[in-house]
Each structure stands twice: as structure tokens, then as C-alpha cells.
Design a protein around this ligand. Structure first.
Ligand code: GLP
Length: 245
């Protein structure tokens, strides 16, 4: 695991943007995207760049169950707004939140099988979840339905009018599928993620902290802020100054 610590945003996002651009220019064909606040600035940089994705494929991590694709809190809507409307891909896949569960799950696993992900962008939940793989999810999981933890519902309610509107379940790519991605970058900038980051990097590899499995991934880079990295010892981080980015 490589741990890069920046001043925060926009520096960390700029670093992520550069990695995505490099992978795109160097033959990367399939990009895995995350939603959330952490990648927003990176998507803005991509939108405003001359990066061309028109012959590439994107696959998103997850989608709320019960929200239609045009619901303003759906991840379809988020991705269109933050990236795809201005940077279209040849094909973009997200699970259909209104689809028949069995079919959605089978189709998504087929899509992942046929399109190995070259670069996956991840965020992390306050409870250490990646995508919507909550604590306790099997490390062998593929696409499945996740029932969201209370802490996730509470955190994600920031983007809804009220906590009651947050869906209680979601389709999510599984942990095995995430581990199959060739390269991963995980973005975390808030101080509220500091404990989850500590557990991910230095804690035991356990299904109680889904992101801890990334310790075993051959090419994962954590892009952090000083705040989210505050519990990590100096000797395991690489500080990247604004001048270097
Ligand atoms: C949601 C998403 C995750 C994301 C997480 C963190 O739960 N399903 O994929 O990583 O939020 O979000 P943020 O980027 O806002 O910190």
C-alpha cells in the first residue's frame, strides 16, 4: 500500500486526476468509479480537462435500491452530473436501482467478468466500508445487496433532505471484484475518516473493516489529507507538497 498525504483538497484530487489521466493515456480501457464527496473535485478536474474517454468503459461501484436513475440522489444522476454529461464513455455501467435483484446481480457480475477494471477509484465509509460493503461482508463477495449500517445512513443523509429518505439497501460490487481491479486509488480527505484509515492501514485484516483487505492488494494508493492521515505514523507516509503536484 502506498500512502500519499497532501494538504487536502484540491491537492489530493489533483493527484488522483493525474493518475487517472496517466492510466487513460497508457492503455487503460476500463475505469471503476465511486460516488461520494471525496471524488467530486477529481471529477471536476476531469470534466474541465481534454481527457478523452469516448472509447473507454466505466463501471460504478454501487447504486441505491429503490431510486430511479433520474432521482437526484441516485448514483446514476450523480455520475451524469459530475462526469458523464461532459465526458461520455463508450459505455457506462451502474446497477439499476429499480431492476429485478437477481437479474441486476447476475448481469453486473457478467459485466465485471468481461471488462476487467484497470483503475478503480474508491472512497471509504466511517465504518471502513468500501463501495457499500459494510463490516461483516465476506472478502469473497461478488455483486450483492447490502443493507446499510446506521452510521452509513447517517453520514449519507447529508445529501438527502432528511434521514428518512436515505434508502436502506443498495446493490454493490463485492470485495472480491474490487480486489480483482488492477490498480486502486482510495480517496479520503475528512477528519471523520481518520480512524477508518488507521484501521485500514495498520489494523488486522478483518471482515469487520472491509477496507483492511486492501493491505493485500498489489497496487493500491491511498490519497489522504493531513486530517484523514492524522493517526498514521510519519514513517509510513509520503508527504506530497502542492509544488510537487
Ligand atoms: C458512500 C459510497 C461509497 C463511498 C462512501 C464515502 O457510502 N457508497 O462508495 O466511498 O460513500 O463517501 P465520501 O466520498 O463522501 O467520503
Amino acid at each position: 500500500m502506498k500512502i500519499l498525504v497532501t494538504e487536502g483538497n484540491p491537492s489530493g484530487s489533483k493527484l488522483a486526476y493525474k493518475i487517472i489521466r496517466d492510466v487513460n493515456e497508457n492503455g487503460g480501457k476500463v475505469f471503476g468509479f465511486a460516488t461520494g464527496i471525496a471524488p467530486e473535485e477529481t471529477y471536476r478536474l476531469l470534466r474541465e480537462s481534454d481527457v478523452d474517454f469516448t472509447d473507454k468503459i466505466s463501471i460504478n461501484l454501487d447504486e441505491y435500491i429503490g431510486l430511479s436513475n433520474d432521482h437526484n440522489q441516485s448514483y446514476h444522476y450523480f455520475m451524469n452530473r459530475h462526469l458523464f454529461n461532459e465526458k461520455p464513455f463508450k459505455k457506462s455501467y451502474l446497477p439499476d436501482g429499480m431492476g429485478d435483484p437477481e437479474e441486476v446481480i447476475r448481469e453486473y457480475d457478467e459485466i465485471l467478468e468481461e471488462n476487467p477494471i484497470d483503475l478503480q477509484i474508491l472512497g471509504i465509509g466511517v465504518d471502513g466500508h468500501i463501495a457499500f460493503n459494510e463490516p461483516g461482508t465476506s472478502f469473497d463477495s461478488t455483486t450483492h445487496i447490502s443493507y446499510l449500517d446506521e452510521s452509513t445512513i447517517k453520514f449519507n443523509s447529508q445529501l438527502f433532505n432528511s434521514i428518512d429518505e436515505v434508502p436502506r439497501s443498495a446493490f454493490t460490487m463485492g470485495i472480491k471484484s474490487i480486489m480483482d481491479c488492477k490498480k486502486i486509488i482510495l480517496l479520503a480527505f475528512y477528519e471523520s475518516k481518520a480512524q477508518a484509515i488507521y484501521d485500514t492501514v495498520l489494523g488486522p485484516i478483518t471482515e469487520d473493516v472491509p477496507a483492511s483487505i486492501l493491505q493485500k492488494h498489489p497496487d493500491t494508493t491511498l490519497i489522504l489529507s493531513k486530517k484523514s492521515a492524522k493517526l498514521l505514523p510519519e514513517n509510513i507516509i509520503t508527504y506530497v507538497s502542492d509544488e510537487e503536484i
